[in-house]
Design a protein around this ligand. Structure first.
Ligand code: SF4
Ligand code: SF4
Length: 460
């Protein structure tokens, strides 16, 4: 499968199955567009007509270009076959060991974000915080189900995890005990809204957390509209100075400023640039996925604006890089040097199999976005997994099982999308969320274009 597009003055050819990316001239671009549907003579005739007023483009030139395409095809870099398809089902069936858990240490929150899938921390249940005992059992459950994996991950999540900071600290110590006893290294992440950050928490997070995810929705007016405090005030002025302090003292350790955009800020490129202007360098923003009847929901008609915003962002990022003011945007981080990895492709985010979410009472769900959906409760840390039938559904779900994905040029960068989004959009984990797919495809095009641009810049 080949995907070709023009962007920023580049004619880009993505050979989807090999992962190869080519930048070609106009003639080769037109040859490749016709290569699979027309014979040589037809291609020559059509292109001589198209380039009638370009004297350099002769029959010989066109035949040379066709020969170049044939050579790339023989070398496996163009029109390559999909060699992964036959192994995908088998590989996914073998996925069984746990790698990471999202630990909901608090089903309670001190913000009232309007779009919160955690239902202001309650997750369709009651407000609750995790005891140390349940937390330890969750860590034990992770270790016991991790097979021979040495590196594991726990994300302290909520609600707002800092509403249960004491248990977060105690579990951090427990992770060290586990390492001593078993040799398993548990990499910790804290996802926080920032309200309870103080010097003690910042010092702790920067010492113990490999990663911190900091929730902020961009410009003050945007953030404050969607992320008010419990008494209805804006949260921006409270959290931004704390985030700055944390990031400045983080000594190069990873963090992410993570936002959500809704139809109130379809000009969300401005929000990402606002993060960058505040001095943050590792950024991400995701579209809200919610009931379409919500007043802030994103609809199909918003797509042209949204796609344009991704383009504006890509252009501005390249410009800022040249000015020495570059930053990372999660969706534009793409690796073109190594081809697709089949294991990663079929595991995707690992939902339900390699990655699980655990609630304050120890209940286990496929991921944080399924928490509170009774039909997806897999078991409890006391009893282990009780519903292997649900896990089997996730095991049977991979990108080759979805017709739309198998024919999508972004499939090897997307791995078949988010099962939770598909479920919330259509009630089926095997479906796709079309609006999200359009965004994903544009992000992949932009990310590839940016890598091409950087390579050209280096070559100059
Ligand atoms: S963008 Fe959509 S169709 Fe394409 S691979 Fe991802 S989920 Fe599948
Ligand atoms: S299903 Fe979606 S929300 Fe859940 S872990 Fe995967 S990508 Fe994330």
């Amino acid at each position: 499968m080949v995907h070709q597009y023009k962007k920023n003055g580049y004619n880009i050819i993505m050979d989807v199955n090999s992962g190869a990316v080519h930048v070609v001239d106009d003639l080769a671009y037109d040859v490749i567009a016709r290569y699979e549907t027309a014979d040589k003579q037809q291609i020559v005739t059509e292109l001589l007509k198209k380039y009638a007023d370009v004297p350099e483009i002769t029959e010989t030139e066109i035949l040379d270009s066709i020969a170049d395409v044939e050579e790339l095809k023989e070398g496996g870099d163009l029109f390559s076959e999909d060699t992964f398809r036959q192994h995908a089902g088998e590989l996914k069936k073998r996925l069984s060991t746990l790698k990471a858990i999202c630990l909901n240490v608090a089903h309670d929150c001190n913000l009232r974000c309007k779009y919160c899938f955690a239902d202001e921390g309650e997750y369709r249940g009651k407000r609750e915080i995790m005891s140390l005992e349940v937390g330890k059992k969750a860590f034990d459950f992770l270790v016991e189900n991790s097979g021979t994996r040495r590196n594991l991950e726990v994300d302290f999540f909520g609600g707002e995890p800092l509403m249960n900071f004491k248990v977060v600290k105690e579990l951090t110590e427990y992770a060290k005990e586990i390492k001593q006893k078993t040799g398993k290294n548990i990499r910790l992440t804290l996802t926080t809204n920032g309200m309870l950050l103080n010097d003690e928490v910042i010092e702790f997070a920067n010492r113990e957390m490999e990663n911190v995810v900091l929730s902020l929705d961009g410009r003050k007016e945007v953030n404050d509209k969607m992320r008010p405090t419990a008494n209805g005030k804006g949260s921006y002025e409270i959290i931004v100075p704390k985030f700055k302090k944390l990031v400045e003292s983080r000594n190069g350790k990873t963090y992410y400023i993570r936002g959500t955009f809704t139809n109130h800020n379809l000009d969300f490129a401005k929000d990402i640039l606002h993060y960058a202007d505040l001095g943050f360098k590792e950024l991400s923003i995701e579209p809200v996925v919610c009931d379409p009847s919500e007043e802030y929901a994103i609809h199909k008609g918003d797509l042209p604006t949204i796609l344009e915003q991704y383009d504006i962002l890509a252009d501005e990022m390249l410009k800022r890089e040249e000015e020495g003011k570059g930053f990372l945007f999660y969706h534009y981080m793409i690796d073109l040097k190594h081809g697709p990895c089949i294991a990663k492709l079929v595991s995707g985010c690992g939902v339900g199999l390699e990655y699980l979410a655990i609630t304050p009472n120890g209940d286990i769900y496929p991921c944080h976005q399924f928490v509170g959906e009774d039909e997806f409760r897999l078991g409890n840390v006391e009893t282990g997994i009780e519903r292997t039938d649900i896990q089997d559904k996730f095991r049977g779900s991979h990108l080759y099982e979805k017709e739309e994905c198998a024919n999508c040029f972004a499939k090897f960068y997307c791995s078949g999308g988010c099962a939770a989004n598909a479920y919330h959009a259509h009630g089926n984990i095997n479906g796709i969320y079309e609006i999200g797919c359009e965004m994903q495809r544009r992000r992949v095009e932009n990310a590839v274009m940016m890598e091409v641009h950087r390579a050209m810049r280096e070559a100059e």
